[in-house]
Design a protein around this ligand. Structure first.
Ligand code: ADP
Ligand code: MG
Length: 699
């Protein structure tokens, strides 16, 4: 009976663009037992022939039949079975897993065959006892001598009951005594199965071989056979079922040997999980936080309205533009579908942002004077007051916002006083040549009690003093224009002057105050403002709250899109890092992979081994990210709240995302799992069986 039929095989390599024929039309039948030696000069193709028999090298022409199957046509499963129970190999440099014990090394192929661990251990132990090396069982391979390693490699090769073992220079790295001992062991084995031996050592070959084949220039030049009555191959095909249990040990080993690398990957991954979760939290949270925050403005409903008039210049095609106080009718017409608008005189000429304000004899600069009506206080005020109360309707109390409070440098300014002093000159044009103007001085210096402090959304917000519109109006009614009253011979107050002055009079500030008294009409009002603005209407509304709102929205929107890009880059970047890491691991372990493949590991288990490592990294990183998510979110929110006065800007959707319970986590985890799978499998896929040979070549 024969195990191998080598049928007209040829093999060439291309080196330096020259094809070099290593095996040239080899025909050979190998018996099913006995020790067959292949000899020849270095480079004569001996190893190549063994590799072809092993199935890890393909001949260019011809075929090799193992028990009648063509080994070059084996797929992953049969290829694995072929190594698990057909043929195994012993190398000059052992190719053991150095970090494992002798026992672990020999268990692997048995575990691949699905043998239970206990049975496998006793089988390996039995083999060790036969060779008298049971003391080596639990020792790490890396500390052993060459002779010991080769004995273990032989046990590993025969423990699966193969039909043949292929030994490429098994004594090449050993001393004379060890070489002899190894040859004796191989000789003993060859009584039952085929042992193919490649060796340089002619003495040993002559002493032990049943058959000697000499290769020269890729051809068989000599074949001596002294096979007499040999036992026939006692190999019986055992039933075995492939198992991937063996990967556990390798997985643990890899985790340990890659400890530093894995810790790094875990941190990189956790960081990216965290930033992605927080960014999503921002995208979700900023929506609600934003609208809540923007509404925290006590002068939300206050604006001024003015009108642009175009006047032709006589004798010229040009016209000029002039801002005037609009006609009430015009405002009514523009806002006919609003029910809660209140138009009032603009008091800014008298109660101006350029008044002098003193606190404890210190002058306060850069503030806004903002009028309040009772309705605004009701609608917007109460929830914003952080200290004190609302103002009365006299012109002797004010409220301030926290920005203004900062200028005062006072922790609790409620019930303290500021002094406001103002001076403006109203000029009445008489049309009289001798006496063209009547001038009246509006001037006051008054103490105002600070009754309340308001906390507003602080983005772009100015220091403000809030006064009662009605109080100021009544005050202006009590102030008489002495000179004009005398000229007109009737009592005239500053307020009545303001009411009756022309649309282009300086005192009118060329505009009206406009209050929205119903909170529910505010959104609609702002849309109207936008509409008038884009249509370049003759009516213009100026609302600082609206400006802030628009600016902030633009800011958040551009920040959000930047953030989305950032998230994508982080995601790809981390996956790329993971990919590179797994590629480098893969390259680093190419030799291990090659050994495992020759032992009979299926590609799928090898993929799984690497995948498992990646998944573990991703899972641990994920757990870390989730456990510190809330902490980081709170810290960031606190920071943002202090800077911008925005509450809960980041609100990571934990319980529900896109309608899926824990959706964010599930989606993220799966995305990462898919990507890391891709990044693991792609390099493995590029790897082909051909690469195995190079990894195992003894040089
Ligand atoms: P031996 O084991 O008899 O010393 P080998 O079978 O290892 O010889 O190699 C035979 C010849 O083929 C050598 O000249 C070697 O350089 C060449 N060779 C082997 N493998 C490759 C390869 N992958 N690429 C190019 N040349 C190779
Ligand atoms: Mg060789």
């Amino acid at each position: 009976m024969s195990v191998f039929i080598i049928d007209h095989i040829s093999k060439s390599y291309i080196t330096n663009k020259q094809s070099c024929c290593v095996l040239n039309n080899i025909n050979l039948t190998l018996p099913d037992s006995g020790l067959v030696s292949i000899v020849g000069k270095s480079g004569s193709g001996k190893s190549t022939l063994l590799n072809i028999l092993m199935g890890i090298e393909k001949p260019d022409r011809g075929r090799v039949l193992f028990n009648k199957t063509d080994i070059s046509k084996m797929k992953d499963k049969t290829f694995s079975d072929y190594h698990l129970s057909g043929v195994s190999m012993v190398y000059q440099h052992f190719n053991l897993f150095d970090n494992q014990t002798a026992l672990e090394n020999c268990l692997t192929p048995l575990q691949m065959k699905g043998m239970p661990k206990k049975a496998a251990i006793s089988k390996v132990t039995e083999q060790f006892q036969k060779l008298g090396i049971e003391s080596l069982l639990n020792r790490k391979v890396k500390n052993m001598s060459g002779g010991e390693k080769q004995r273990i490699a032989i046990v590993r090769a025969i423990v699966t009951n193969p039909s043949a073992i292929l030994c490429d220079e098994p004594t090449g790295a050993l001393d004379k005594n060890n070489s002899n001992a190894i040859m004796k062991i191989l000789k003993k084995i060859s009584e039952r199965i085929l042992v193919v031996l490649v060796s340089h050592n002619i003495d040993l070959v002559n002493q032990f071989s049943d058959e000697i084949i000499t290769l020269k220039d890729g051809r068989i030049v000599d074949k001596i056979s002294n096979i007499k009555n040999r036992f026939s191959n006692q190999f019986k095909k055992e039933k075995s079922k492939y198992s991937s249990k063996w990967t556990d040990k390798f997985f643990r080993g890899n985790l340990l040997s890659d400890f530093a690398k894995n810790i790094f990957s875990i941190f990189a991954c956790a960081f990216s999980f965290l930033s992605i979760m927080l960014s999503v939290g921002f995208l979700v949270g900023s929506k609600t936080s934003q609208s809540n925050a923007i509404n925290q403005n006590l002068s939300m409903n206050f604006s001024t309205v003015s009108q642009t008039e175009f006047l032709d210049i006589e004798g010229s095609p040009l016209s000029y533009q002039k801002t005037i106080r609009p006609e009430i009718n015009l405002i009514d017409e523009k806002f006919s579908d609003f029910h809660s608008l209140r138009v009032e005189e603009n008091l800014s000429f008298f109660i101006s942002d350029y008044s002098s304000v003193y606190f404890n004899e210190k002058q306060i600069l850069n503030y806004e004077m903002v009028p309040l009506i009772d309705e605004s206080l009701e609608a917007f005020g109460n929830e914003l007051i952080v200290e004190g109360t609302t103002i009365n309707s006299e012109f002797d109390e004010v409220m301030i916002n926290t920005e203004f409070m900062k200028l005062l440098d006072e922790k609790n300014p409620v019930n303290l006083e500021i002094i406001i002093s103002s001076n403006s000159v109203v000029k009445y044009s008489t049309g009289d040549k001798d006496n063209p103007y009547i001038k009246d001085n509006f001037s006051y210096t008054k103490r105002f009690k600070i009754v309340g402090v308001v906390k507003e959304f602080s983005f772009l917000n100015n220091p403000k003093i809030f006064y009662s519109y009605n109080g100021a109006k009544e005050f202006l009614k009590t102030q008489k224009m002495v000179n004009l009253s005398l000229y007109k011979n009737t009592p005239i107050s500053f307020y009545s002057y303001l009411e009756n002055c022309s649309a282009d009079n300086e005192a009118s500030s060329y505009s009206n105050f406009l209050f929205v008294t119903d909170k529910n009409e505010l959104e609609k009002f702002f849309s109207k403002v936008k509409e008038l603005e884009t249509e370049e209407d003759e009516i213009q509304i100026t609302s600082s709250a609206y400006q802030i709102k628009q600016t902030y929205q633009t800011f958040i929107e551009s920040f959000s899109s930047t953030l989305i890009i950032f998230v994508l880059i982080t995601f790809l970047g981390v996956n790329f890092i993971l990919g590179m890491i797994s590629l480098s691991t893969f390259i680093q372990r190419k030799k291990d992979t090659a050994i495992l493949t020759c032992l009979g590991a299926r590609n799928k288990s090898i993929y799984n081994l690497y995948l498992l490592e990646n998944y573990s990294v991703v899972t641990v990183a994920f757990i870390i990210a989730i456990s510190i998510l809330k902490f980081c979110e709170n810290k960031l929110n606190l920071l943002i709240e202090n800077k911008f006065g925005l509450n809960n800007l980041i609100d990571t959707p934990i319980n529900n995302f896109l309608g899926i319970p824990f959706g964010l986590f599930i989606i993220l985890f799966f995305l990462f799992a898919i990507f890391s799978t891709l990044f693991t499998v792609i390099p493995m896929f590029i790897y082909r069986r051909g690469a195995i040979v190079n990894e195992l070549r003894d040089e």
